[in-house]
Design a protein around this ligand. Structure first.
Ligand code: 5GP
Ligand code: ZN
Length: 133
């Protein structure tokens, strides 16, 4: 889709801090992270919501979700991992291209979801370096 923000990121027309890419999926750091290493994994196939993603494309992207979750856990040393996927404005979706939020969770972190103020989490170049080693 020509005017889709995440399609533009996949095509490299908008810069991003990429952490993984394969034939089906593209993963990059969220610009407004809920915590250290907050990553979005998106199918390369454009679909606005989960309902409209062909099952074979979903099957293509899910291994990348697991692989990136494992990468984040290994590199950042988090104790847990939240996986979030929102569909429709009423659910809080703001970008109309299916995306899976991977949010590393660390012991002692307050519960709940909100953009964080931790400067270490917001230094995306440094976070990318840690993840890619
Ligand atoms: P949603 O609320 O639709 O599930 O999540 C959209 C996410 O995309 C938000 O967490 C937001 O911070 C992120 N986002 C929006 N625009 C950009 C962008 O230009 N670059 C990156 N890396 N993330 C973005
Ligand atoms: Zn798109």
């Amino acid at each position: 889709m020509d005017d889709c923000l995440f399609c533009k990121i996949i095509r490299g027309e908008i810069p991003s801090y990429r952490v993984f890419e394969d034939a089906h999926a593209f993963a990059f750091l969220d610009i407004n992270p809920f915590g250290l290493g907050h990553t979005l994994v998106v199918p390369k196939f454009h679909a606005e919501q989960l309902f409209f993603l062909p099952p074979e494309e979903l099957a293509g992207v899910m291994p990348a979700v697991q692989r990136v979750a494992t990468l984040l856990r290994n590199r950042l040393g988090c104790e847990g991992m939240a996986l979030m996927q929102l569909n429709g404005e009423v659910a809080g979706q703001t970008v109309g291209h299916v995306h899976f939020h991977l949010i590393p969770r660390f012991a002692g972190q307050p519960a709940g979801w909100a953009p964080c103020t931790d400067p270490a989490a917001k230094d995306l170049a440094a976070v990318q370096r840690r993840i890619l080693g």
